[in-house]
Design a protein around this ligand. Sequence first.
Ligand code: SF4
Length: 367
Amino acid sequence: MKYLTEYRDGEKAIRLADEIARLISQPWAIMEVCGGQTHSIIRNGIDQILPDQIEMIHGPGCPVCVTPLEVIDKALAIASRPEVIFCSFGDMLRVPGSQDDLFRIKGDGGDVRVVYSPLDAVRIARENPEKEVVFLAIGFETTAPANAMAVKVARDQNLCNFSALVSHVLVPPAIEAIMNSPGNRVNAFLAAGHVCCVTGFAAYPILCEKYKVPIVVTGFEPLDLLEGIRRTVSQLENGEAYVENAYPRVVSEQGNVAAQAVIDEVFEVTDRGWRGIGVIPHSGWRLTEAYRQFDAEIKFTVSDIQTCESTMCRAGDVLKGAIKPNECEAFGKECTPRNPLGATMVSGEGACAAYYNYGRFVQLDAK
Ligand code: SF4
């Protein structure tokens, strides 16, 4: 497959790992921010061919995992209403709320529909004027342009029966929160290539400067990741800390200007709670005043939600990189993808699911 197989070449991967081994002289902890990168690292055994001095710490970049429990419970309350058609991407349906998940609401007769684009939800609203159609608009900067466009189209088409339950989160404030967290061990970051494809990477130099951490924009295939790690180690070993773009076939410094314009029109920055982590200042987007009429939290009265998180689940520690998933006592026992206790075991980008699906049931002594 063109543009994929050449980035999965095993011999080149080993050569890159050898080059990293020649560069390194001391232990370094590198965080891959994105859950998609975590899955690629574990699926391809990249952490296992790296020198022992490198620890890959899995970051909080899984949108399903960090969506606050309160938002999930609000989604469940809205989806239970008889007048509502509730639309969501499929990976949100099994995310556990305090009591239920969207699958159970659907099983109990709720009209919960999986969509493949936010614009599908807009179409459903157009086709069902007697119903209230609500779209669960979550994610990082990657999903924001399409979600913003859906709200904009709904306004342009005067669809008063469409609204969005918005819980968007942003990468740069999360990096800042990780660097400020007590006991932080991260020496450098692999920034998520798809996020930077939208935003560019102008927000990162100030973080490199402030925290003296290299940030390398990195893709998702094995050679992308190894090249990102190689550049990161090179900076660390030379005592440098700046932004590098190791994913230039996709990412430019300015990003997607058209997408940024739609986001800026529809969303504004707000404080946002992250599941398992807590509130991070200025780390999310909400609808601007001009689009507030499409805010499902305002349209539906769901403000008196009382949340109840599993006492066994250590997803917060996993998301902060404090533990590996297989260090959680419930991993593979009480908690499996079929019976998840936390969102990190549900999502296709969740670290716990990655460790379970690729057989990482024990801690590697070497890492
Ligand atoms: S293994 Fe399950 S219970 Fe443990 S942290 Fe992960 S999601 Fe939570």
